[in-house]
Ligand binder design. Structure first.
Ligand code: E4P
Length: 220
């Protein structure tokens, strides 16, 4: 399973990149609105920070022809860019065209298994079901991920991977793993909580305290 960071914060990306755990980043216009400075430079730096990773950058145009042109420009930012396009019927034909041209596409704002299946038929690299936003409207988001996993296996859509997106808390992360998501894109605050456990901290302290009782100066 791959872990992506759901952020556009370069400092956090740089810190987490050092752990060797991070396989990519998903940015979106909301994440970018929280950053300052030259956004194009920032996106290039994010791509350079994880050269082996997959960096999703979202289109901001709405007219289909403009979305197509912008998608090509975004793809040219770096070799490891995946272009994020919303799952809207106005874009189906351009998504197909971009896929045929070899551009890596992450279809975002996916809320149903049917939307997911349609995008698999277009051969996109990723579909991103939004777990948290489904939970917000009292639909079980994780359930959709499980069903999408079944749909992909049942119909042999080998090209497409599921990114569990809109993860709001550690339980979402856990449930995305158990649902068989190929990728979980995790906000920094959720990842920070997920990697700690009080019993681990308490256990380390006890082992060190007990070790000190031996009074050994150098080991081994
Ligand atoms: C990632 O691709 C999505 O844009 C992101 O997870 C959305 O998260 P939100 O629903 O918490 O805004």
């Amino acid at each position: 399973m791959k872990i992506f960071l759901d952020t556009a914060n370069l400092q956090s990306i740089k810190q987490w990149a050092l752990t060797g755990l991070i396989d990519g980043v998903t940015t979106n216009p909301t994440h970018l609105s929280k950053e300052s400075g030259d956004i194009k430079k920032l996106l290039k730096e994010i791509c350079d920070t994880l050269p082996y990773g997959d960096i999703s950058i979202e289109v901001t145009e709405t007219n289909p022809q403009k979305v197509y042109a912008q998608a090509k420009q975004i793809a040219a930012i770096a070799k490891n860019v995946t272009v994020k396009i919303p799952c809207h019927k106005n874009y189906y034909d351009i998504i197909k065209k971009l896929v045929d041209e070899g551009i890596s596409i992450n279809v975002t704002l996916v809320f149903t298994v049917i939307q997911g299946l349609l995008m698999c038929k277009l051969g996109v690299k990723y579909i991103s079901p939004f777990i948290g936003r489904l939970d917000d409207i009292e639909v079980n988001g994780i359930d959709i991920v499980e069903k999408m996993k079944f749909m992909i296996e049942e119909y042999n859509f080998e090209k497409t991977e599921i990114i569990a997106a809109s993860i709001r808390h550690v339980k979402h992360f856990h449930d995305a793993i158990m649902a068989g998501a190929d990728v979980a894109t995790i906000p920094i605050n959720v990842l920070e909580k997920a990697v700690t456990h009080p019993l681990t901290d308490r256990g380390i302290k006890k082992f060190i305290d007990d070790w000190k009782k031996l009074g050994i100066k150098q080991f081994p």
